[in-house]
Design a protein around this ligand. Structure first.
Ligand code: FE2
Ligand code: FE2
Length: 232
């Protein structure tokens, strides 16, 4: 590593590997420093009271590739680029973000392309719970005709599991057991089980997968189903 004044001209040799170059730069400044323009800039407080109103203070990242932090990262880069490129004739962004891969056919992708995609997938996967909760809320306006909505039913089920002292796997499974109604009205049980399987133990995803068969015992005779299907 190199520790120097930021106006020191510096550099390093070419990247001779097949992988991208990864650099980390940390700039330390005193909180009394003020920018000569109105553009916002950001900092993470290191020590003492840093809030002099000169910078927007940020918390350290919530986690690796946390969606909230990635958004913030992009915003900071855009704001900083405005300052760094002010007055420049070239219309080039200071930081260019790779926002898609270079290839069209999967066989043409290189290590950098797939590293980029993996990063994206990790960030995307972290948003799964938020997307599922959003979808759960939409169940409030989905299939109706019962005396309560699917959302109410899901909340009731999960609340009962919780009051029963069930563990998190059960509570999550009961909360989301009917999430499949949105896209898979003919096999909503299997659909929900597939969503849950990577996150809960097999016992719980199995029960979700079979819940349609089990509840037939209550009304199978009225809908031409087999009330005893669960015996299988
Ligand atoms: Fe169901
Ligand atoms: Fe249900």
């Amino acid at each position: 590593m190199s520790l120097h004044h930021r106006l020191m001209i510096h550099g390093s040799g070419p990247n001779t590997t097949d992988n991208r170059r990864i650099g980390v730069v940390i700039r330390y400044i005193s909180p009394h420093i003020r920018k000569p323009n109105e553009v916002r800039d950001y900092g993470v407080p290191m020590r003492g009271n840093c809030d002099r109103g000169n910078f927007t203070l940020c918390s350290p990242p919530k986690g690796l590739f946390h969606p909230e932090n990635l958004l913030n990262y992009q915003k900071i880069g855009e704001d900083q680029a405005q300052v760094m490129m002010a007055g420049a004739k070239a219309n080039t962004a200071m930081y260019s973000y790779m926002d898609h891969v270079k290839f069209r056919a999967m066989t043409d992708g290189d290590a950098a392309d797939y590293a980029f995609l993996t990063d994206h997938e990790v960030a995307h996967a972290k948003g799964t719970a938020s997307r599922l909760l959003k979808a759960l809320v939409e169940l409030d306006e989905g299939l109706s005709g019962y005396q309560i909505t699917r959302l109410d039913h899901s909340l009731q089920s999960a609340t009962r599991a919780e009051r029963d002292g069930a563990d998190t796997d059960w509570i999550v499974s009961t909360l989301l057991h009917d999430i499949g109604d949105i896209f898979a009205p003919y096999n909503h049980d299997e659909y929900a089980a597939t969503i849950l399987r990577p996150f809960v133990r097999e016992q719980c995803s199995w029960v979700v997968e079979k819940h349609g068969d089990f509840q037939m015992v209550y009304y199978g005779q009225h809908v031409g189903g087999n009330p005893d299907k669960r015996e299988i």
